[in-house]
Design a binder for this molecule. Structure first.
Ligand code: FO1
Length: 310
């Protein structure tokens, strides 16, 4: 079964690791958010692409879900001595990825080509596609002004009160090579349990992607990232609340109505099932919290089964 997954970073990568283990890896294509990408110290950094690649390669730092296991931070500390900002924790081995990416981009390669080069070097067999080769920057408008998403999330620890989310450059962006084709040809499509606003939102906003997904909605399984009114990972819950949306499985379901045939919610939220079904989706109820590798494989197996039944 050829499966395409739409993914952000840490939240998605847990499920992706499960899928990678229960499927033939080459049959998995991951379309990754690049709205979080940032330039720091003259380097092009693609956090979500790296999180997905490092996770599937088995080298990700298991404590954080980002960066490389056992990495050191000598270069960043040395940069700080020159007065450079060290709030974004770039490890020494991680920096090799960013230097490689930046050099290839400067030599004229596209982000898709660079991503594939990193994937191959780390022996990842699944296909990893950036949502777009054109730069899109997720910008947060908050009570502290206008910030890059990483400044809001990491530097300011998601403390600013979000008023608006803007995807700069989105109108000029085009789906990266293979994105529309893989969506059209997939036997099933999974929307990973990522932040619907700043991880899945930018992917859907790339011109052409939402209609392509709508056309395949009968084959889409969306996994809810909210359990019991809280996000599984990251600031989805506070962002939803600050943007005056309910923090619930059913509120995220409203964002995915018309895009997914099956919506996966946690057992804790089963009481919302009838209302979500009213939006025209089949609701699958299971434990969606992935603490261990066994949890990841179990949920992935169930999703593959539901996807095969579509
Ligand atoms: N997240 C943090 O909370 N703090 C960091 O210092 C940090 C550094 C970092 C470096 C490389 C990388 O690929 C990711 C990194 N992340 C860090 C994760 C990242 O900010 C977000 O989790 C994603 O962009 C959201 O999906």
């Amino acid at each position: 079964m050829r499966l395409v997954a739409l993914a952000g970073g840490v939240g998605a990568s847990k499920l992706l690791l499960g899928l990678y283990h229960v499927m033939t890896p080459r049959d998995l294509t991951v379309v990754v958010n690049t709205g979080d990408d940032i330039e720091l110290h003259g380097l092009s950094i693609s956090p979500d692409l790296d999180i997905v690649t490092y996770t599937l390669a088995g080298v990700v730092n298991p404590e954080t879900g980002w960066g490389i296991r056992g990495d050191t931070f000598h270069l960043l500390r040395a940069l700080e001595r020159y007065g450079r900002e060290g709030w974004f924790n770039l490890g020494d081995a991680d920096l090799a990825t960013h230097i490689h990416r930046t050099a290839l981009l400067r030599s004229g390669k596209t982000l898709s080509q660079v991503t594939d080069s990193i994937r191959q070097a780390l022996h990842v067999e699944a296909r990893i596609l950036p949502m777009s080769d054109q730069p899109v920057r997720t910008t947060i408008v908050s009570d502290r002004g206008v910030q890059h998403f990483q400044e809001y999330l990491v530097k300011d620890r998601a403390e600013p009160v979000v008023k608006e989310i803007v995807f700069e450059g989105i109108a000029e962006a085009r789906p990266a090579p293979g994105v529309l084709e893989s969506l059209a040809e997939a036997d099933a499509i999974v929307i990973c349990p990522s932040n619907p606003l700043i991880s899945i939102g930018p992917i859907l906003a790339v011109p052409g992607v939402r209609p392509a997904l709508e056309a395949r909605a009968a084959k889409v399984v969306a996994v809810c990232p909210i359990v019991g009114g809280r996000s599984l990972k990251g600031p989805s819950d506070r962002m939803l609340a600050q943007l005056r949306m309910e923090v619930s499985a059913r509120a995220v379901a409203r964002l995915y109505a018309g895009l997914a045939a099956t919506y996966v919610i946690d057992s804790e939220d089963e009481w919302q099932k009838p209302e979500i079904e009213g939006l025209g989706m089949k609701v699958a109820v299971t434990s969606t919290v992935m603490r261990t590798d066994e949890d990841k494989v179990r949920l992935a197996r169930q999703i593959v089964e539901w996807a095969a039944a579509l």
